[in-house]
Write a protein that binds this ligand. Sequence first.
Ligand code: B12
Ligand code: SF4
Ligand code: SF4
Length: 358
Amino acid sequence: MPQNHDMTSAMADLHQQIQKWSEELGFGAIGITEPETGANADHLDQWLDAGMHGEMAYMADHGNKRHEPSALVPGTRRVISVRMDYLPAPDSPARTLKDPEKAYISRYTLGRDYHKVLRKRLAILAKKIDAAVSGYDYRAFVDSAPVLERALAQRAGLGWVGKNTMLLSRKAGSFFFLGEIFTSAPLPLDAPYEGDHCGSCSACLDLCPTNAFPSPHTLDARRCISYLTIELKGSIPEELRPLMGNRVFGCDDCQLVCPWNKFSKSSPEDDFQPRHQLDNSQLATLFLWSEDEFLKRTEGSAIRRTGYQGWLRNLAVGLGNAPSTIPVIEALRQRAEHPSELVREHVQWALRRHNVEL
Ligand code: B12
Ligand code: SF4
Ligand code: SF4
């Protein structure tokens, strides 16, 4: 049985080791915190009470698991929070965003599904820690479990929660994913990140195309283009459609405008490089993909989440906001009799925007 001070120094060494392994595995930063979410749990409750999660029922289910990590995994003593940068290189988001006949797909989903990439790496990291100090439990999470990821990342020292609700780092902006390992091992703790470097800036709040921030640090998901194009299953509210422009899967505006993203880092991962020219395609071209093409070209990508009908719905909105050119109108006409009522309704709306009556 090791003496207490031996144990402490072994754990301190382990912290350095974890840091080194995580760098080797492509993580931009890690931090270790206790399994607590503090005042963030109250913010979550206020947000849910106001109904700002819309149809994302999974945000309200799961009792207090999201509030208390040890309710999700009993026996959790530490949460290792990690960051992985994802911007592809080279990249020119502004050029695609400004071209109304092109489809803007948010940067995080141009390549392979990040859940798969991060989970695999976290499993390797957990294995390495287990080999160094066996006898403890490890569970890895990325996004899909009831975990308050940004709150834990802030408490693990990775950065602050900006007015746009993103976890921001002075060294890396906000274009990164978060993931966690919950463990029963009593690893040494990092200090929470105490700074807030938004100051008097309000660029993200002012620029959001759908005015989705009722106040700083609070996002009404029901108005957010990311929610409308990915999470919402039914019809997109008509009053919001013209405001969506050419953003057809997710939205990056409140990050692109953030001055801290001058420091964002591009990813060396091949997995995050754009596939099938998704960073630079015409709306009409993507809209004319058959279901087979959609399934083949989105294999292993998070875009699959929206389904083929959702994909057509989103692109129809983009085409409705595009200039009235022949390729735009012809593409819409080709889908006017689509078997899905959801798709037909959005196509009809788009054609009306171009003054085309069927
Ligand atoms: C639901 C969800 C969404 C919803 C709702 C977003 C939201 N802001 O809540 C929708 C679909 C809109 C969405 C969009 C996006 N998402 Co999302 N999403 C999630 C998910 C699953 C849960 C987030 C959550 O708990 N929301 C509940 C609200 C209450 O929490 P919160 O916004 O984090 O707010 C915290 C603070 O703002 C704070 N707070 C609240 N009020 C106040 C007041 C003050 C004064 C202070 C100081 C703090 C404070 O308390 C809250 C709780 O910690 C997480 C994964 C996870 N399991 O955590 C990913 C996650 C947050 N999403 C992520 C990403 C990448 C995105 C998009 C960029 C994708 C895109 N390009 O379209 C956009 C960004 C939109 C935005 N500005 O947030 C990343 C964010 C990484 C980062 N650097 O922060 C995450 C962490 C996924 C991951 N594993 O990487 N998302
Ligand atoms: S992702 Fe887009 S729509 Fe959503 S809050 Fe940010 S700027 Fe607004
Ligand atoms: S744009 Fe300004 S206010 Fe918004 S998160 Fe960035 S620094 Fe903060």
